[in-house]
Design a protein around this ligand. Structure first.
Ligand SMILES: Nc1ncnc2c1ncn2[C@@H]1O[C@H](COP(=O)(O)OP(=O)(O)O)[C@@H](O)[C@H]1O
Ligand SMILES: [Mg+2]
Length: 257
């Protein structure tokens, strides 16, 4: 197969018996109690669960921001459970594109410069960097907004810049933490149809959400409770389009603007 992020094997994520225990004073808090999760390339997973169920802890591990107390994590074929901070940062930059609830764009910095940032960390220089950033902005339908700073963009547009930033390095995994949590209905459907297109092009997406309407768009739903997986439900096959995505239909991104 060809296409973004398809090189290098079938499994993007293999988590085996991940345990995360925090010590708070003399008390041990069991945030994850043996989570196993394998994510195939091209899948789109929604992780759900009540507050305190371990979603953020799991995302931090998946995103190489933290390592499990015990257990293993293979990301795109690399065993990351044993890496030091510097190595984790390197893997994070090359393998993962992050999308956050609050966009996390640099203020007073243009859309183009925001998208160029991960490419700077990746050592991509000059014209090539600009070219790739422009391509990513084009892919999210924002070619005509590249010189705008975040305050000159709507919430939905800012999140699309963040998605462009996430895909600029062509990562193996897009990791999104409540990506529609701060968006109105129209912008939510913009971002979801954008994710739908990226996923139908072969990109692997893991997103945290607590909104059932958002979960409906994913191919698979994993539910956490008390640090354990209590449900793992497939809504659509890995190969093929996500459930609510109509290939070829004009996306609301294009239609709304
Ligand atoms: N840094 C930390 N130190 C101590 N306890 C933590 C820490 N982070 C999370 N926890 C605890 O771990 C459990 C899971 O938290 P979290 O992963 O943030 O859940 P969620 O994101 O689903 O709300 C909770 O009981 C929380 O209080
Ligand atoms: Mg959380």
């Amino acid at each position: 197969m060809t296409g973004p992020g398809r090189a290098g094997g079938e499994w993007v994520i293999v988590v085996h018996e991940a345990v995360k225990t925090y010590s708070v004073g003399s008390v041990a808090v069991h945030a994850l109690r043996g989570v196993s999760l394998a994510v195939e390339r091209g899948d789109w997973i929604a992780i759900m669960g009540a507050s305190g169920s371990g979603k953020t802890t799991l995302m931090n591990i998946l995103g190489c921001l933290d390592i499990p107390t015990s257990g293993h994590y293979m990301l795109d074929g690399i065993d990351v459970s044993t890496l030091d901070d510097r190595e984790l940062a390197e893997v994070r930059n090359s393998k993962i594109g992050f999308v956050f609830q609050s966009f996390n764009l640099l203020a007073r910095t243009t859309a183009l410069q925001n998208v160029e940032l991960p490419l700077i960390y990746a050592g991509v220089k000059g014209r090539e960097r600009r070219r790739r950033a422009m391509l990513a902005l084009d892919a999210v339908g924002l070619s005509d907004r590249v010189e705008h700073v975040p305050s000159e963009l709507s919430g939905g547009q800012q999140q699309r810049v963040a998605v462009a930033r996430a895909i600029a390095t062509d990562p193996a995994l897009i990791l999104a933490d409540e990506p529609t949590g701060n968006l109105d209905t129209v912008s939510t459907s913009d971002v979801l149809s954008l994710f739908g297109r990226l996923n139908s092009e072969g990109r692997t997406i893991v997103m945290i959400t607590h909104e059932p309407e958002v979960t409906d768009h994913a191919k698979r739903v994993v539910r956490l409770r008390d640090g354990m997986v209590i449900e793992d439900r497939r809504q659509a096959p890995v190969s093929g389009p996500p459930p609510l995505y109509a290939a070829g239909a004009p996306s609301s991104v294009a239609a709304a603007r």
